[in-house]
Design a protein around this ligand. Sequence first.
Ligand code: TYD
Ligand code: MG
Length: 452
Amino acid sequence: MARDKTVYSCGECGATSPKWQGQCPGCGAWNTLTETRAVGSGPGAPRFAGLAPTSAPRVLADIEAREADRVPTGVGEFDRALGGGLVAGGVTLIGGDPGIGKSTLLLQALAGLSATRRVLYVSGEESGEQVAMRARRLALETRALPLFAEINLEQILAVLARERPDVAVIDSIQTLWSDALASAPGSVAQVRECAAQLTRLAKQTGISILLVGHVTKEGALAGPRVLEHIVDTVLYFEGDTHSAFRLIRAVKNRFGAVNEIGVFAMTERGLKGVSNPSALFLPSRSQAAPGAAVLVAQEGTRPLLVEIQALVDPAHGNPRRLTVGLDAQRLAMLLAVLHRHAGVVCFDQDVFVNAVGGVRIIEPAADLAVTLAIVSSLANRPLPQKLVVFGEIGLTGEIRPAPRGQERLREAAKLGFTRALIPAANAPKQPIEGMETIAVARVEEAVARLRD
Ligand code: TYD
Ligand code: MG
């Protein structure tokens, strides 16, 4: 078969060039040209068919809008992150570090689905024997679970179109390659092309496709990031591969809410859902330590208590600011606010901040906990025992309310915490049993409260 014509197009400005160059001829940016198939060069059918069967415009009122039917996978925490389950014709990307449990989760989900739906597991990473061995170890029912070990996109598309499963897993998108491009599997061009073709097939046939994408060492390049705009739903695995807990978070969902998380524990028998995870990220020690503050975070619809740790230590040379699981830019801002409004000086100190357990905290309601952990470490004095904290800090030093404050307080009380330092606007109207609340309006007030 004659190879289709390929061109090199710039990721910045879209200019094309017939051959690869280091610098884009259009905008002059460096290293932005990637190989793509020339539009209109493919034989026969157009490459990107429309999503609707008719091509004439119609008014929205005439289009029957149905709530998308959800197919629960049977793995409860996975369904929670998906917003209830899979959608026919929907494409879901599952990203995460190698070894975090993507293949394990999807094998478990497919085995469960295979009882009532037609499924197909396409493996480009592991041989049939390897997958079968894992399924046996996990004691999964595999009688209705077919496996196709293949990495050629055209072969996979043909099999999917012929077999028409309800749900298919592609593990992983980085191992696939298309005949249409000359570049190697895993390159940006291949990953994009393969995902686009699979998405088109999903929309045309109603197959629900789950794509596995490894987060690469280099970060964005050729990783799942380049696919986020193509697919309907993006889920990322979080968690420290050294700890047993795994979080799966929806960062994009065309069919449901984002930032809902599912929580799992990796066990001998695969991933087990943790239905009540609020206390997972708390330390087991009974003594409070300097530099530790317990944050009541809200992840999706569930409160989650997480210990935030800070270490403030004299800097030798350029002071360093390092965060794990928290936003580094935000830390720089909090240090400036702390200096300006509360007179706490850290410019000659290294500041390290960590959210315990590999969990990633993105909500601004973590500000107060981060700030107090820093103050506690700098003063080398632990925060009061059984204290929880939440609240956002603004640039003028004001403390802003966090959403769902009452729910956070109730959950903390349930877990045995007796005091809460919270934004004034979150002060409960009726007292919460067993919980003393200290409401503060400004950052200097919060810091002063710790000194007495
Ligand atoms: P895997 O699903 O292969 O990760 P990914 O597909 O994201 O690369 O998970 C591999 C890890 O999980 C591996 O380190 C072993 C561990 N594991 C368990 O602890 N228990 C199990 O039952 C299974 C199947 C894997
Ligand atoms: Mg895998």
